[in-house]
Design a protein around this ligand. Sequence first.
Ligand code: CO
Length: 427
Amino acid sequence: MNRRSFLQGLAAALAAGSLQLVRAQQGFKPFPPAPTLGTPLQPIGVRAASEAHVVRYISNTLPSRHTGAAFAPIGELDGIITPNGLHFERDHAGVPTIDPKDYRLVLHGLVERPLMFTLDDLMRLPSENQVYFIECAGNGQNGYREPPEPTLTATRSRGLVSGAEWTGVPLRILLEEAGVKPEGRWLLAEGADAAAWVRSIPTEKGLRDVLVAYKQNGEALRPEQGYPVRLVVPGWEGSIQVKWLRRILVAGEPAMSRGETSEYTDVRADGRIDAFTWVMEPQSIITRPSGGQRIEPGFHQIRGLAWSGFGMVARVEVSTDGGASWREARLTGPVLPYALTRFVFDWNWGGEETVLMSRMVDDQGNVQPTRAEFLERWARNNRYHYNAIQAWRVGADGRVQNGDPALAVGAAPPVQAGGCGGEVFDG
Ligand code: CO
């Protein structure tokens, strides 16, 4: 729907009296100014104390939190940029403490000239600023559960994604300076965490659009996001975007590391296993209203996020009647490749029980599947790349819960999900 047809629709709805934006009001009274001086200037700003509840959800139930994931509270955020302290996080061996004065990045292997960079060396080189999402391959993992979980929230459904503006030097520049030999078809990127986390990236992707990033939303990376330097690999799964980057080994073969054998491989419905599934599929989720929230009858602007690792969001459709009909949502704010995209949809809730859903199509024609369509392809014990439509049931009392159709029918015993999205974490 374009802006004009939206405005026409809004005008018609207002004329018909069916869409009342502002509810009936009582007790008109202006809010008073402060009676005394406020708090003084501070070197760094902090959130309002009453917003302290907006925090990440940590899935790890083990006594140690050195591995596991923290979910961004997407049910309570807006826009397409995630505040740095609320960006999702996945660690495999805790967050290392790195002194930037000691930091070195080594680029070696099948190159003409091995190179070593300090942080200052990297920051002197030509830089780019790019808005990209990063998403854990395990995002959506709760969706594999049978029966689906009624109390799912937006945060626990898809909070292993975040959006940020990243600043860094294109990896292409470093590779060209080093001179990659023709047989150097793979880049083995290694982190300086205690796991020495390794993932393999085709050199072709490294030359295309990978960033060696040192800033996030304008400031230095947070330690948990890879301080001082991480890879940002647009559109691809989070675990390949190696944090605390200590070296890149140019090689003829992939590493076949733990992160690409025992984890981050995908089980198909017929039992075959896919390795190297990198691109994050088209996703969308309504974040408001969403699971755990409660609404009152009247006007609501449905809001949500959409993204695709294949490119840009082309279209988001919303259903407010359990999938019986779909209408196009408006994309609001910038629509960028490999970035979170915000959609909105104006809705008047009459107080009847219903189910809300969103589905998206990217500019390459990839369509977000229903849960039934998705589970035809992937095994119930798969853990990654879940991108099926998330449904939210709005009860007659206004409470919003997971609205997956499978909740309405009888169900098999639950499957324990592991990996970075699971409540039960196998480390
Ligand atoms: Co994958």
